[in-house]
Design a protein around this ligand. Structure first.
Ligand code: NCD
Length: 305
């Protein structure tokens, strides 16, 4: 039984295959329209979501399959005190694949041990978000042509930003990558990622609080939202939330080939005027999320088209 809990569950070759299937889906969607006929995807979302849940559901519909699930825990038996493990065990009897988002780190892993069907981590607390990373990788492939020799800046909430943790882990496997970590002191990347991922792989990196100083060096700028829901103290959130605001004026100093990415939702960290800049790829990135989730569902259900 295959699951996707951590992006490193997938080898580079498996990621390559998912990207190639996504590109084929983009080129010829009609070929896939009955691929999952009769199959069901359950989306169990214990935390808010727009893109992840709806792109999973749209992906399953595009493949001719069906969708069931809940978008808030209060509308399920979770509100009666049911455990993640029991819920997953039952839903595994009703669906062929499960996508789960949960505020607790490790909840999808626990679900995967009992569900009896493939489980996909759709975001677990401030930990990981592997399917966003797949969307990000497809975007980088389409925008940049490949993953090697890129200088990637991660900016904003590197402490709680699970999309950063997963993408950084994925990119650490490609030659010539360099990381620039841009955050306030309180929102720096967790130490375990610096030691176990960046330093272990011998990747050159710098940490800074100042986006302007490093912007001209970047090939990719991955902006993130300060993760309000992970703060214990509202005053800290209010103090840090507008640490970085990318504007057209600031972007004048960046390379003409820069790709500005953001997993979305954005709050204030990218001014709306930037949306018209051809270097802004975050809406294309959100669209890519649907195609790569189609490829992932096909792979986990072992459907060959
Ligand atoms: C991200 C998430 O949920 O971690 N959103 C998403 O899935 N695209 C980023 C965020 O919420 O800031």
């Amino acid at each position: 039984m295959k699951h996707l809990i951590d992006i490193l569950d997938l080898s580079r070759e498996e990621i390559e295959d998912l990207i190639n299937v996504s590109l084929d889906i983009i080129a010829d969607p009609a070929k896939y329209k009955d691929a999952c006929r009769g199959k069901k995807l359950a989306t169990l979302f214990y935390e808010p979501s727009t893109r992840t849940r709806l792109s999973f559901e749209a992906a399953m519909y595009e493949l001719g399959g069906n969708v069931l699930g809940f978008s808030e825990a209060t509308s399920s038996s979770v509100s009666k005190g049911e455990s993640v493990s029991d819920t997953a065990r039952i839903v595994g009897l009703y669906a062929d694949v499960i996508a789960m988002r949960h505020p607790k780190e490790g909840a999808p892993l626990i679900a995967s041990r009992v569900a009896g069907v493939p489980v996909i981590n759709a975001g677990d607390g401030g930990h990981n978000h592997p399917t966003q990373t797949l969307a990000d990788l497809l975007t980088i492939r389409r925008e940049k042509g490949g993953f090697e020799n890129l200088t990637v800046g991660f900016c904003g909430d590197l402490k709680f930003g699970r999309t950063v943790h997963s993408l950084l882990s994925a990119l650490s496997r490609y030659a010539g990558v360099r990381f620039v970590l841009i955050s306030p002191e309180e929102l720096k990347l967790p130490g375990y990622l610096i030691s176990d991922v960046i330093e272990k792989n011998g990747i050159p990196y710098t940490e800074t609080e100042h986006l302007d100083d490093v912007l001209p060096d970047l090939d990719i700028l991955y902006m993130t939202r300060v993760q309000k829901e992970r703060f214990f103290n509202e005053a800290d959130y209010l103090r840090l939330k507008d640490s970085y605001i990318l504007t057209s004026d600031k972007l004048r100093a960046a390379k003409p080939t820069l790709s500005v990415m953001h997993p979305l939702p954005r709050v204030n960290e990218i001014a709306q005027e930037v949306d018209d800049d051809p270097r802004a790829c975050y809406f294309r990135q959100a669209e890519n999320g649907k195609y790569i989730r189609e490829a992932l569902i096909l792979s986990l259900l072992e459907v060959n088209v």
